[in-house]
Design a protein around this ligand. Structure first.
Ligand code: SF4
Ligand code: SF4
Ligand code: SF4
Length: 257
């Protein structure tokens, strides 16, 4: 019989929106902090008071109220993109932890309502501020059963997304490594007579080259992330300039009238 760790049992009680309101990078890190006794059980607003009670029962602690100084539970809202304003930059797709947004570069994007958890993570990256949150009207939406049903779906989609990202990263590292392995012998200046390795030695050299290239690719990942953040800042600045110019133009037009 499989042994389920405490972290997994705690994680199974969390709503899986990956929203970060608990000040962790997702539900699993909060589950780890709870299992290690580093955090109190009242840090997950999407789980609501029912969530606190469930955690209290599992961990044998008293249920405590939400910290008034921290984020509070609120009715769930769904993201909706104003499609006529969307510039197709794809930044919201990159931010959505459950792949609830569809669209392609330079094309209009749309939120799949049934998949959206209302985590709000797509709002900040949108350079034209064209994503609205529309409250869910159904009064039963916050019931524990519904929260847990959505959590199961969100977990599946989040795991699938993580697996895809890992695959993409591995493919990229492999491509870089293969390119480096092909390029390396061509740049060698060793005399031809000394280049008579056995097939086994040649394969070993190639593996070593691939290993080194994969290490280089891994080291370059944080640089790529910084470049992506820089790109977002540039896009934001450009949109702000465009908005300022538009406002100035509208003022000038008003003066002319
Ligand atoms: S749903 Fe709760 S546990 Fe998960 S990231 Fe949000 S606040 Fe943290
Ligand atoms: S569409 Fe936005 S609010 Fe909805 S799950 Fe994705 S990131 Fe969260
Ligand atoms: S971030 Fe905003 S502008 Fe960019 S694709 Fe998403 S909705 Fe459209």
């Amino acid at each position: 019989m499989p042994v389920i760790s405490l972290v997994e049992r705690i994680d199974a009680l969390l709503p899986q929106t990956q929203c970060g309101q608990c000040s962790h990078a997702g539900c699993r890190p909060y589950a780890e902090a709870l299992a290690e006794g580093r955090d109190p059980i009242n840090r997950c607003p999407p789980g609501g008071e029912d969530g606190i009670r469930a955690l209290a029962e599992l961990l044998g602690q008293p249920a405590i109220p939400f910290d008034p100084a921290g984020p509070q539970p609120k009715p769930r809202a769904l993201a909706v993109i104003r499609e006529d304003s969307c510039i197709g930059c794809t930044l919201c797709i990159q931010a959505c932890p459950v792949d609830a947004i569809v669209g392609a570069a330079k094309q209009m994007h749309t939120v799949i309502a049934d998949e959206c958890t209302g985590c709000e993570l797509c709002l900040a990256p949108c350079p034209v501020d064209c994503i609205d949150l529309v409250p869910v009207a159904d009064p039963a939406d916050g019931e524990r059963e519904r929260v847990m049903a959505r959590a199961a779906l969100a977990r599946k989609r989040y795991d699938a997304r993580q697996a895809r990202k890992d695959r993409d990263a591995a493919d990229k590292a492999k491509r870089l490594a293969e390119r480096a392995a092909v390029a390396a012998p061509a740049s060698s200046t060793a005399p031809a007579a000394s280049q008579a390795p056995t097939a086994a030695a040649s394969a070993a050299d190639k593996n070593e080259l691939i290993r080194k290239a994969m290490e280089r690719a891994k080291q370059q990942a944080p640089v790529a992330a910084t470049a992506s953040a820089d790109k977002m800042a540039v896009i934001r600045a450009a949109m702000e300039r465009a908005a300022a110019m538009k406002a100035a133009q509208q003022e000038a037009d008003k003066d002319k009238e």
